[in-house]
Design a protein around this ligand. Structure first.
Ligand code: SF4
Length: 484
């Protein structure tokens, strides 16, 4: 399946301005969702935003933000009475529709609003007009929600003209129209075409883009999260056009496109060869581990640049405790040093740090460094998972014991809940360095359907070009996961 990005797509100027304004503020109430997108809303909630459905729910004297969808004059009056400090991010296109509706109504015309009656924008516009029931042949004013389907608006205005004398100011906004026109152009090309619209199911313009694609004869799909995307069966679609609603963040769009283009979501690496690298150079094994740690810092950065969401590395296995004490102590010290020295980098780059393995085997000093870093990065979405004192068999045994303690009958789905990181999706690709062709007890449960890539490079010599070779190789593979 070929993936084409449909341009223009995504965040419109109105939503962009509202989000930019919101991100500059703190301790603010927001009337309704700022945008119809759960990813953005969750981020704002994390920043301390409080979302309310009624203006009366904002305590007197507080600051309230009105979204790009606008509000009715009645809401503005209540805000003034309650002495609220108002930050108004109403989009100028929406303001124009308010003005038109008000003008029609002030001139005594009944006003017909084309749109979703329960949408915040329509409710706001309705507040501008005096309700009047139109009679046949009477002159009426017609306005439309800015994110309607442009063709549908034109058709409904024509229909209304058969009954009324219509004065219309019913243009959808430029951003909406441009995105719909781009979908129509994409669908007009020959071949088996599908359109994927990225955006929330609550977003009006996202739903309209789906409707436009279907009307143009394409198969249409919608996904608001990567989990939803993963569940879509695109069937026999040859070319998939990807677009997004006006409130969908571009970083989600990028992540989804990378997923579709087969950039692995979860990469796991068996970092092997530090000792041999050191010995070949007449150095101590510990120096090999230090060189390996440098490579790991680079790989984390390269994976971030390629949109890989989860990176899990095998740093120290349950079997590695059998190594000479001097080497084990050196490694444990290196872990503590790395965790402390890189802590700020993790926060700066918004990477969540997690450890999997038997924590009880580790010193209190190392456990404290791990816990501190896990706590300070827990809200970040990109994840770096380090397996220390880890064994695939040990993880399964620990999971079985935990399930037995809970007294829960085990299925494949419930068993997963007892693994060390149950919320992390299974690795798509496992890379093993140093020419060894074994899994070495790494993520035995989780890699049941993972692809493997083996390279002769010793871990300290692993380069960005080698990573790209592995990713290119992975992108060519057809992952059937047991299917046909
Ligand atoms: S979709 Fe159109 S009307 Fe709505 S915020 Fe964006 S630019 Fe403004």
């Amino acid at each position: 399946m070929r993936i084409e990005v449909i341009e223009p797509h995504g965040l419109c100027a109105g939503v962009n301005a509202a989000i930019a304004c919101a991100l500059r503020l703190r301790d603010v109430y927001c009337l309704h969702g700022l945008v119809h997108n759960e990813i953005v809303i969750d981020e704002l909630k994390a920043l301390g935003y409080r979302f309310v459905e009624r203006i009366e729910d904002v305590p007197e004297g507080e600051t309230v933000l009105f979204s790009a969808h606008g509000v009715s004059p009645q809401v503005r009056e209540i805000a003034a009475r309650r002495r609220l400090h108002v930050i108004d991010t109403t989009c100028p296109f929406v303001t124009r529709v308010h003005r038109a509706a008000r003008d029609f109504s002030d001139r005594g015309l009944p006003v017909i609003i084309l749109g979703d009656s329960d949408h915040a924008e329509v409710k706001g516009i309705a507040g501008e007009i005096k309700p009047r029931r139109p009679r046949a042949s009477q002159r009426v004013g017609v306005v439309a929600q800015t994110t309607m389907d442009a063709d549908e608006v034109a058709a409904r205005v024509s229909e209304l003209r058969k009954t009324y004398e219509v004065e219309a100011m019913a243009d959808v906004c430029t951003a909406t129209k441009e995105r719909q026109d781009a979908v129509k152009r994409f669908c007009a090309a020959p071949g088996s075409r599908g359109v994927l619209v990225l955006g929330s199911g609550t977003s009006a313009n996202t739903k309209r883009l789906v409707a436009v694609a279907e009307r143009c004869g394409a198969r249409a799909f919608r996904a608001g999260t990567l989990d939803e995307l993963e569940r879509i069966d695109f069937g026999d679609v040859e070319t998939l056009g990807v677009t997004s609603g006006a409130s969908t963040p571009e970083r989600f769009f990028d992540e989804a496109v990378k997923f579709l283009r087969h950039v692995p979501r979860h990469l796991a690496i068996i970092m092997d060869g530090n000792g041999r690298w050191a010995m070949r150079r007449g150095k101590r094994r510990g120096e090999g581990h230090v060189a390996g740690a440098r490579t790991l810092a680079n790989v984390l950065r390269w994976c971030g640049a390629r949109g890989i969401r989860y990176l899990t590395v095998y740093a120290f296995s349950t079997e590695n405790w059998k190594r000479p004490k001097e080497e084990v102590d050196g490694l444990m010290n290196l872990f503590v040093k790395m965790l402390r020295s890189k802590a700020l980098d993790f926060v700066h780059n918004k990477v969540r740090f997690r450890m999997i393995g038997r924590r009880g085997d580790l010193s209190s000093r190392l456990n404290a460094a791990i816990t501190r870093l896990e706590e300070s990065t827990r809200n970040f979405k990109r994840e770096f998972i380090v397996a220390i004192s880890y064994g695939g068999r040990a993880e399964i045994v620990d999971a079985v014991n935990a399930a037995m303690r809970a007294g829960e009958p085990i299925t494949e789905e419930t068993f997963r809940n007892y693994l060390y990181a149950p919320d992390v999706p299974d690795p798509d690709l496992v890379i093993r360095t140093s020419g060894e062709l074994r899994t070495s007890n790494f993520l035995l449960w989780e890699t049941a359907y993972s692809e493997y890539y083996f390279t002769d490079a010793l871990w300290p010599d692993f380069t960005e070009a080698e990573l790209d070779r592995a990713l290119a190789d992975y992108a060519k593979r057809h992952r059937r996961k047991g299917g046909t």
